[in-house]
Design a protein around this ligand. Structure first.
Ligand code: ADP
Length: 329
C-alpha cells in the first residue's frame, strides 16, 4: 500500500462512472467528517470531466444537508474517454494546483479506480476510493454502495411480476443489471424464489434449464421466474427466450428492469455503509494512506490497494444458483 507525506488541508471529491444510490450519503460523510478535522472540501462535478475542465466548487457542511436519503449524486457523474490518455491526465493536474487541492476522494467503480491509480502512479496525487456501484463487482470489498438498494428495487419488481406470472401460468424471464457481474442476479434470484438464475460467469446450460422447467410443469408448477444478468450489453433475455422457444414449446415473457435499479432512495444498509466508508476514506487520506479503496469485510472496513481491486476479478456467488434450483422444487 502506498503512503504520501502531504499535510492534507483541502481535498477534492468526485463521483465517477455509473451512479449508485448512497453516493450522496458518502459525499455527506466525507464533507462533515472532513469539517470535524479542519479539512476543507471541494466538489468536482461529473467525475474526470470536471477534473479536466476545472468544474470545481467548495462543498460545505450545509451543501450536503438533506441528501442522505437521495439517490443519484449531487456532484453529477460522468465518463471520459479522454481521461485514458496520459497527456489529458497531466493537464487535469492543473485543476488541482489551481484550487490547492492536496488529495482526492473518488467514489465510483473499477474504471474510476483505474483512473485514480494512474493519477497516483504518474503524478503522485494521493487518492482514496469509495466503492460506489450497484454491480458489487469490486474485488476486495464484499459490499459496494448501491448494491443493496438495487437488489431491493429489483426484488420489488419481481414480486409484482410473480403475481401476473402466477395468474396467467406463465414463464417470465427477468433481466437485471450488473454487466458482467452476476451479483444482482444471484441475490435477486435467491431472494425472489427464482426457478433459474443465469449469470455471465456461470456455466449456462440451457438444455438442462429447460428440462428442469418442463419437469416442474409435470409436477404441477404453473409459473416460473427465470433471472438473467444483462451480460456485456442489455438484451440477453431475448436470446434466452429465443433459445427456450426453439428447444421447447414454452413461450416466455420478458421483462428488462433496466435503469430503475440505479435510482431511488438508498436503503439503510447503503446509507450506513456509505457513511462509514466516507468517514474511513477521509481518515485514511489524512493519515497518509493512499492508492487504496475502502473495502468492507462483514462488519470491518479494510484498505484495498487499487492495483489489487482493478486487476482481480470478483466472482459471482454461483452457489446461490444451485441453491435456488434446490429451493424451487
Ligand atoms: P465505473 O467507475 O463505474 O467502473 P467506468 O468504467 O465507465 O465506470 O469508468 C469511469 C471513468 O473512469 C471512465 O469514463 C474514464 O474516464 C475513467 N477510466 C476508466 N478506465 C480507465 C483507465 N484504464 N485509465 C484511466 N482512466 C480510466
Amino acid at each position: 500500500m502506498a503512503q504520501h507525506q502531504k499535510k492534507i488541508s483541502r481535498i477534492g471529491i468526485y463521483t465517477s462512472g455509473g451512479d449508485a444510490p448512497g453516493m450522496n450519503a458518502a459525499i455527506r460523510a466525507v464533507v462533515r467528517v472532513a469539517h470535524s478535522m479542519n479539512i476543507e472540501v471541494m466538489g468536482i462535478s461529473q467525475g474526470y470531466i470536471g477534473l479536466i475542465e476545472n468544474r470545481v466548487a467548495p462543498l460545505n457542511i450545509r451543501d450536503v444537508a438533506n441528501i442522505i436519503q437521495r439517490g443519484g449524486t449531487i456532484l453529477k457523474t460522468g465518463r471520459s474517454t479522454d481521461f485514458h490518455k496520459p497527456e489529458v491526465r497531466a493537464r487535469s493536474i492543473e485543476t488541482l494546483k489551481t484550487h490547492n487541492i492536496d488529495g482526492l476522494i473518488c467514489v465510483g467503480g473499477d474504471g474510476s479506480f483505474r483512473g485514480a491509480h494512474a493519477l497516483w502512479n504518474e503524478h503522485k496525487i494521493p487518492i482514496v476510493g469509495i466503492p460506489g456501484t450497484i454491480d458489487n463487482d469490486i474485488f476486495g470489498s464484499d459490499l459496494t454502495i448501491g448494491f443493496d438498494t438495487a437488489v431491493n428495487t429489483a426484488l420489488d419488481a419481481i414480486d409484482k411480476i410473480r403475481d401476473t406470472a402466477d395468474s396467467h401460468d406463465r414463464v417470465f424471464i427477468v433481466e437485471v443489471m450488473g454487466r458482467n457481474s452476476g451479483f444482482i442476479a444471484c441475490h435477486v434470484g435467491l431472494a425472489g424464489g427464482a426457478e433459474e438464475i443465469f449469470v455471465p460467469d456461470g456455466n449456462t446450460n440451457i438444455e438442462k434449464s429447460i428440462d428442469r422447467i418442463k419437469d416442474s410443469i409435470k409436477k404441477g408448477k404453473r409459473s416460473s421466474i427465470l433471472i438473467t444478468a444483462e451480460g456485456q450489453k442489455p438484451g440477453r433475455a431475448y436470446d434466452l427466450a429465443d433459445a427456450i422457444r426453439k428447444k421447447s414449446g414454452i413461450d416466455p415473457k420478458i421483462c428488462i428492469l433496466g435503469h430503475i435499479q440505479r435510482g431511488g432512495s438508498p436503503t439503510s444498509v447503503d446509507r450506513v455503509l456509505a457513511s462509514r466508508m466516507g468517514a474511513a476514506a477521509i481518515d485514511n487520506l489524512s493519515k497518509g494512506f493512499c492508492d487504496i479503496l475502502i473495502g468492507s469485510d462483514g462488519p470491518n472496513l479494510l484498505q484495498v490497494p487499487f492495483e489489487l481491486a482493478t486487476t482481480k476479478e470478483k466472482r459471482s456467488p454461483l452457489e446461490y444458483v444451485q441453491l435456488s434450483q434446490i429451493l424451487a422444487i
